[in-house]
Ligand binder design. Sequence first.
Ligand SMILES: O=C(O)c1ccccc1N[C@@H]1O[C@H](COP(=O)(O)O)[C@@H](O)[C@H]1O
Length: 222
Amino acid sequence: MKPDVKICGLKTSEAVEKAVSLGATHVGFIFFEKSPRNIEPDIAGRIAEKARGRAKIVAVTVDADNDDLDDIVYLLKPDILQFHGHETPEQVLTIKALYGIPVMKVLSIREPGDLKRIDPYIGIVDRFLFDAKAPEGSELPGGNGVTFDWRLLQNLDADIDYMLSGGLHKDNVAQALKETGARGLDVSSGVESAPGVKDLARMEEFFKSVQLASERTTGSAK
Ligand SMILES: O=C(O)c1ccccc1N[C@@H]1O[C@H](COP(=O)(O)O)[C@@H](O)[C@H]1O
């Protein structure tokens, strides 16, 4: 089966259009000031219109306060809220109830014990996203282009729905799918020419690799 693909950190209409026309199921917008992919909610809201109804619009937030969340939800009207910080299960539940929007909680993974942290979120989140832990000294909790040991996901309960992220690119995505069987992939820096600059040719190559890998695992081109 072809996995969902989220292209994250979009900042231009052109990149949004390209992502959706290549078959992205999700497009992500980053609301985190220190990120080279940070975007103002009103601009994100405007360029996301290209994707509305064609792909899920994801708002990526990091320990955002209520005022910021209000702005993002009002101006972007996301289909999904992604929590990429230290949001507790209680906070996730409260925010989800407040806005009535599906939520995706990110957990950063480096060692087997990290996966135990999913337990209190089960039944609250609509999907997990497993990302690599940020390298020492990085100011970004995600978007660092680093991978983790994907084999750690092999013992995960098959009912746990998740997207895989962290350092994916055209040359490793087939292996990532083979090792994890992930039903969703999330990529940002792997389809950029410089931090925050999406490269349309790299996006195409990424989708080609995903397509080929899916054909290999299912024997079907669809
Ligand atoms: O991309 C960012 O700058 C970012 C900032 C703050 C939180 C999350 C961020 N990105 C997330 O990181 C992964 C993909 O990273 P990469 O492919 O390794 O570059 C994805 O989940 C983004 O949503």
